[in-house]
Design a protein around this ligand. Structure first.
Ligand code: NAD
Length: 287
């Protein structure tokens, strides 16, 4: 199997910028694509800042950082990336948006280019069904935030995903210095199916007065050896994101245990979304 030399990353938000940068620091040419010029310029600043910090911390030399930066280019249309060997979609978590992007991806990138999505909760099979002729090339490549740091890539096989698509995706994850693990296409895959009910239960424990948030988090850190308590992690992920993923689990698996806790729902309604809004379970005055 030939090495992947270039990737197109659709979406330049939190995940897309992390994916493009990780590709570039692994020697892969990365086309960073977004419809928003502002997001592209934010991504460029993020790349420079992260590479500068890597040099400061002696994780790489200044010439290596400069080379990595040169490997990334910025575009507002995916046609500029049509020479890419592999495409990773990391745009907004919305089925209609992803469906349109995948239709455009099918028209832009010929077989055998892999069409991967970084979705956290949307069915890979449903995305593939929007482009039936290319369904064998569609796969989930679920990376984690912050991408340069987190080792896991949850590779999700849809109903029509071919073996070759799986192998090539596992190979790219390894090339990017990650550990790929394969899962099947069920709501929440493995990571969110297991994590989100635990986060939800932490909200119930808080709501029912079992303990205050700091105590819940400290108990889970010290007692279960978690690096971060579940409520702190929920703020980091975004309470709206946690809420939306629980809604997917609830709808698709139809069990009451997945219904979002009323307290989580209330914080989301109030606009307390976590780190990104400066207040969620906890307060983050600097943001
Ligand atoms: P984000 O909101 O930070 O970025 C989304 C980007 O997509 C924005 O820059 C937006 O302008 C762009 N976009 C929207 N429509 C587009 C289009 N038609 N073409 C090109 N770009 C378009 O979102 P994010 O947190 O980076 O999440 C991206 C994806 O990654 C989602 O599917 C999400 O579920 C998944 N994910 C997120 C996390 C996380 O912790 N944030 C973790 C794993 C997976």
């Amino acid at each position: 199997m030939s090495e992947i030399k270039s990737i197109a990353v659709i979406g330049a938000g939190t995940m897309g910028s992390g994916i493009a940068l990780t590709g570039a620091t692994s020697g892969i040419r990365a086309y960073q694509i977004d419809i928003s010029a502002e997001q592209l310029s934010r991504a460029e600043k993020y790349h420079k800042k992260t590479l500068d910090r890597n040099v400061e911390k002696q994780r790489m030399t200044a010439p290596e950082a400069a080379e990595a930066l040169k490997r990334i280019s910025f575009h507002n249309d995916m046609s500029a990336a049509k020479a890419a060997d592999f495409v990773i979609e990391a745009a907004t978590e919305n089925f209609e948006i992803k469906k349109q992007i995948f239709q455009k991806m099918e028209a832009t990138f010929p077989d055998p280019v892999i069409l991967a999505t970084n979705t956290s909760s949307i069915s890979i099979t449903a995305i593939a069904a929007a482009i039936p002729k290319a369904a064998a090339r569609v796969i989930g490549m679920h990376l984690f935030n912050p991408v340069p740091v987190m080792k896991l890539v949850e590779v999700i096989r849809g109903l029509a995903t071919s073996d070759q698509t799986v192998q090539r995706t596992m190979a790219l994850a390894t090339q990017m210095g990650k550990t790929p693990i394969l899962a099947n296409d069920r709501a929440g895959f493995v990571s969110n199916r297991v994590l989100m009910p635990m986060i939800n239960e932490a909200f119930y424990a808080w709501m029912e007065g079992v303990a205050e948030p700091a105590a819940i988090d400290e108990i889970m850190k010290l007692g279960c050896n978690f690096p971060m308590g579940p409520l702190r992690l929920a703020d980091f992920i975004g309470l709206d994101v946690c809420h939306d993923i629980l809604m997917v689990l609830w709808r698709e698996l139809a069990l009451p245990k997945y219904a979002p806790c009323p307290l989580l729902r209330q914080l989301v309604t109030a606009g307390r979304l976590g780190d990104k809004t400066g207040r969620g379970v906890y307060e983050y005055p600097a943001k």
